[in-house]
Design a protein around this ligand. Structure first.
Ligand SMILES: [Mg+2]
Length: 125
């Protein structure tokens, strides 16, 4: 049996949210996990993530050495965990919010006008 088969530990946002709740509660850290603090921590972790790409060429950024790839994975985990925790503390469903935003972006960037261009929606022909 794979650990992801265990109820409550499978790879879902809800299970990650619940695991983070347990992690925080066990350490009595909810008192520190205010939305403000979580947003600042998220920004800090995002900075740690992008630092791995500083000064790389586009080609280098797409072919990271294994050790660098592992370090980037760890920072992606930090970013995702703080993002999920922030959404939880604000009672926001991040998946529902993302699908809503994707639908909005589909309206703002119609394929026939946005395909192959990096222009912003208000600059599209
Ligand atoms: Mg980090």
């Amino acid at each position: 049996m794979n650990s992801t088969d265990t109820p409550g530990t499978g790879p879902t946002i809800e299970n990650l949210r619940d695991a983070l709740r347990r992690f925080s509660a066990a350490r009595d850290w909810d008192q520190f996990h205010t939305p403000k603090n979580l947003a600042l921590a998220l920004a800090g972790e995002t900075g740690e993530l992008v630092q791995h790409f500083r000064w790389l060429t586009p080609e280098e950024s797409a072919a990271l050495p294994a050790a660098e790839q592992a370090a980037v994975a760890a920072e992606i985990a930090d970013v995702l965990m703080f993002l999920v925790r922030l959404a939880d503390r604000l009672d926001i469903d991040p998946i529902a919010a993302s699908y809503a935003k994707l639908a909005e972006n589909e309206r703002r960037y119609p394929v026939d006008r946005a395909r192959g261009t990096a222009l912003r929606h208000d600059q599209l022909p």
